[in-house]
Design a protein around this ligand. Structure first.
Ligand code: 13P
Ligand code: 13P
Ligand code: MG
Ligand code: MG
Ligand code: MG
Ligand code: MG
Length: 381
């Protein structure tokens, strides 16, 4: 069976500020998912949230970019939006940027990550397991560094030295500044590692769209790399990307995929999406309530049975005391960075901030600049 994994996420309202969706919103989306499984649109589905973003994780056989699946997700988010509006919640419908988009909703606001594979639980994949990363309060390239390290650097993934992975992985890197269609370059790790790094270092412009095994041609990773402000033309909240990563066997093991997150690396995001702050790994369904408004990321693991259904439960990778150490380090990096306030590297460059109110503040000031008259040298005695 050709199976598709789709993760579609959106922020359509949150309780007490931009913290988390309400239980009634979650129940509305879960109700839609249950109906879609009943109607055989979906094989299986799971709903969770990271901060104020709701993610719908689905299996089905309708392929990537299916208008039925995308329209279903849009409808589910509309149901949650209507609950959010009735309850007076913050940012109701925030990420639904288009009016009733037809077909595929990529580019209409919600984040979309999808990948497909032949699912038979045999050959190169006698078992199928995958992870979903979901981030809140952060920019679209938040996974650039950790995915590069997991799929291109044996210092993080020693498994890359084994026969199934030694040929490396092909990175599809997307230029998120390009708005008329997807503009993608394919680069092979390890041969093109320096070229890949030269692009991925810019988290705001270039993102990983997918990663494919060079030996097996199987897709390992799909990321929702797109920029909300490129769609809306103005700041409408942070991008808060999701990623699907297949693991084990011909792909890195879970620990090789999550270990780069121990860095709590700095990303663009945080309050008003304007700061440079560390990415803190958190358990699933964590609200954003800490000091500042730290970028956070969750990681959930599933297995898939022969029929394409999820295992009866899931693994919450960052819900482990080992990550407390990283969370503490993230918090202390955050305090250090925030002690620098608005200065220089502590905030995003103007090119990013200009999509928000900073543009108005600075352009009003720019009008008041005057060329200074040249000072005349003092007359010699
Ligand atoms: P287990 O023996 O627990 O399956 O662990 C094997 C392993 O290879 C860990 O990466
Ligand atoms: P969200 O995209 O999660 O709504 O965050 C936006 C923001 O501006 C945080 O201050
Ligand atoms: Mg929000
Ligand atoms: Mg969010
Ligand atoms: Mg957002
Ligand atoms: Mg085992």
């Amino acid at each position: 069976m050709r199976l598709t994994l789709s993760v579609i996420k959106a922020d359509v309202g949150s309780i007490g500020g931009h913290t988390k969706p309400s239980s009634r919103m979650m129940a509305a989306v879960e109700g839609e998912v249950a109906k879609a499984i009943c109607n055989n649109l979906l094989i299986d589905g799971f709903v969770c949230h990271t901060g104020d973003d709701i993610a719908i994780i689905m299996t089905h056989t309708r392929g990537e970019g299916s208008s039925e699946i995308h329209q279903f997700a849009w409808k589910a988010f509309l149901a949650a939006t209507s609950v959010a509006k009735t309850s007076g919640l913050y940012g109701a419908g925030q990420d639904l940027l288009a009016d009733a988009p037809s077909g595929n909703i990529r580019g209409a606001g919600p984040g979309v990550a999808e990948l497909s594979f032949d699912h038979s639980l045999s050959g190169a994949r006698p078992a199928e397991s995958f992870m979903v990363f979901a981030a809140d309060k952060c920019g679209p390239g938040a996974y650039n560094l950790p995915l590069y390290l997991a799929f291109a650097d044996p210092m993080y993934c020693a498994g890359l030295m084994l026969p199934p992975m030694i040929k490396g992985f092909r990175f599809h890197v997307i230029d998120m500044d390009h708005t008329a269609g997807d503009s993608v370059i394919e680069l092979d790790a390890p041969a093109d590692n320096y070229h890949i790094a030269a692009l991925l270092r810019d988290n705001e412009r270039f993102g990983i769209d997918r990663i494919v095994s060079q030996t097996y041609g199987e897709v390992a990773v799909a990321v929702s790399a797109q920029r909300l402000h490129a769609i809306a033309g103005k700041y409408t909240g942070k991008d808060d990307p999701v990623a699907i990563i297949r693991n084990q066997g011909i792909f890195p093991a879970p620990e090789e995929i999550i270990s780069p997150f121990a860095k709590a690396h700095f990303v663009g995001g945080d309050a008003r999406g304007s700061h440079v702050m560390p990415l803190m790994p958190v358990p699933l369904n964590t609200p954003v309530t800490g000091m500042y408004c730290l970028p956070i990321v969750s990681c959930t693991g599933f297995s898939i049975d022969k029929e394409g259904r999820f295992s009866e439960s899931y693994t919450d990778f960052f819900d482990n005391p080992a990550w407390d150490e990283v969370r503490r380090r993230a918090q202390s990096k955050a305090i250090e960075m925030r002690s620098q306030g608005w200065s220089g590297a502590a905030m995003l460059p103007y090119s990013e901030l200009e999509y928000g109110g900073f543009r108005d503040t600075v352009s009003a000031l720019l009008k008041r600049f005057r060329l200074r008259e040249e000072r005349k040298p003092e007359a010699a005695e």
